[in-house]
Each structure stands twice: as structure tokens, then as C-alpha cells.
Design a protein around this ligand. Structure first.
Ligand code: PGA
Length: 249
């Protein structure tokens, strides 16, 4: 079953109020390509101004604390994200799993909190280069899914992003065959974890998605979209990726 593709941008700790001008071209492309969903996840401080500038464009956060509120300096709750106008939240990105030592259990709690707040949770998984070289990529990702996918996730509330750590920001991508193998394994695992909903959860590929490789990656079976870092920062690079998704969607 072909699912509606989601092309999501993760600005990480990049951008500025001035950079929100890039959203104009991105929103125009989203409107011109109604067959795909488009979202941008900027830094927290830019969420409300981004929504104000382009109310028709889906805007997300890059994290979501597991608690509803409380003494958690520097963190952000799902309700606060919603109030700012966000409709999605990325959780468990490999940069947070590494830099903030987030565990699978924490990622699952964050995804559950995001969903409880009415957000779509984008749960990230992916192996390191050493794990791939050791032949354990599939087992690592299946383990991350078992630990971090919320059991009550549905096709409406949950998205999974497969992002091999060694492909993020490096200009390197897995072969189409490796992407196909991994996405098929993720689908099978989601079917096992979520029953009938497993087939409805979109599985994004992320890691050095660019205009020149987007179409090929997005055409792979069970690649239901892309999570894009560097190439989402400008409309000039992100729009061709949206168009690539629309072309194969
Ligand atoms: P990249 O980042 O596209 O810059 O490789 C992807 C991501 O980390 O989501």
C-alpha cells in the first residue's frame, strides 16, 4: 500500500528570523504539490514566527519532553509546542541520542507525550557505521523500534524516520538495495508491534537527502517520505526534494 509521502525538514540549530523568508518558497511548493505532505521543524524560538509567516505550512518541534510540565529547565512540552502552532515533533534524533544520551525508553515516553498533546511524533532510529560494518544494522534498528515506538501509535499519530547515523550530514547514503532492505524490515517490525496500524505508519528515509538523490530514494518501496537536514534550509534545495516526492508519490 502506497502511503502519502511526507517531506519533512529538520533545521536543527540553524536558521534565524531572517531565514524564515525561505518558508515562502517552501509553502508555495507545498501548495503546488498537494499529493505530498510538507513540514519544517525549526528551532523552538522560530516555531511561532514560522506559523505566523506561513499558516498553511506544517511546522514541528525538534524534541518534546515526556512530562506535561514541571521543573525541567531548558526543555519543551507538547502543550507548549502546540500552543506555538506546531503540529509535529521529532523525537529520538541520533544527535539527541548521542549528545543528550537519550535512551529508547525516554524516546518512547517523549513520543507518547507528543501524541498525547495532539502532535504527530516522528521517531528516529538508525545504526552507526560500526554497527553496519559489523552486520548488525537490522538488529540495532529493530531493537530501537521495539524500545522507542509507542505501542498505541497509529498511522495518524506516528511517523518513523530511518536515519543511518553515518549518512547524516556526510553526503553519503546507503545503496538503494540497503534502503529497501531496511525499510522492509522496519515495516515488518511495525506490523509486529502495532498490528494493523503498522502498515499505515509512514517510514521516512533521512541522511544526506539532496535534490539529486531524492527521487531515487523516495521511489523505494516503503520509503514514505524523507527527513531532510541541510537541504531543508533553503527553498532552492528543499523544493526540488518536495517535487521529487510528488513525482514518485
Ligand atoms: P542531513 O540531516 O540531511 O543534513 O544529512 C538529516 C537529519 O539529521 O535529519
Amino acid at each position: 500500500m502506497a502511503l502519502r509521502k511526507l517531506i519533512a525538514g529538520n533545521w536543527k540549530m540553524n536558521g534565524s528570523l531572517g531565514a524564515l523568508a525561505e518558508l515562502d518558497g517552501i509553502a508555495a511548493s507545498a501548495e503546488a504539490n498537494p499529493g505530498v505532505d510538507v513540514a519544517i521543524c525549526p528551532p523552538f524560538t522560530l516555531i511561532a514566527p514560522a506559523v505566523q509567516r506561513q499558516p498553511g505550512l506544517a511546522i514541528g518541534g525538534q524534541d518534546c519532553h515526556h512530562a506535561v510540565k514541571g521543573a525541567h529547565t531548558g526543555c519543551i512540552s507538547g502543550d507548549l509546542l502546540r500552543e506555538a502552532g506546531a503540529t509535529l515533533a521529532i523525537v529520538g534524533h541520533s544527535e539527541r541520542r548521542t549528545d543528550q544520551h537519550e535512551t529508547d525508553a525516554e524516546v518512547r515516553a517523549k513520543a507518547e507525550a507528543a501524541i498525547a498533546a495532539g502532535l504527530v511524533a516522528i521517531v528516529c532510529v538508525g545504526e552507526t557505521e560500526a554497527e553496519r560494518d559489523a552486520g548488525s544494522a537490522l538488529a540495532v534498528v529493530e531493537g530501537q523500534l521495539a524500545g522507542s515506538v509507542p505501542p498505541l501509535g497509529t498511522g495518524e499519530t506516528l511517523v518513523v524516520a530511518y536515519e543511518p547515523v553515518w549518512a547524516i550530514g556526510t553526503g553519503r547514503t546507503p545503496s538503494v538495495a540497503d534502503v529497501a532492505e531496511m525499510h522492509a524490515a522496519i515495516r515488518a517490525k511495525l506490523n509486529g508491534l502495532l498490528g494493523g496500524e503498522g502498515a499505515k505508519v509512514r517510514i521516512l528515509y533521512g541522511g544526506s537527502v539532496k535534490p539529486d538523490n531524492a527521487r531515487e530514494l523516495l521511489a523505494v518501496a516503503d520509503v514514505d517520505g524523507a527527513l531532510v537536514g541541510g537541504a531543508s534550509l533553503t527553498a532552492a534545495l528543499f523544493v526540488p526534494i518536495i517535487e521529487g516526492g510528488a513525482a514518485v508519490g
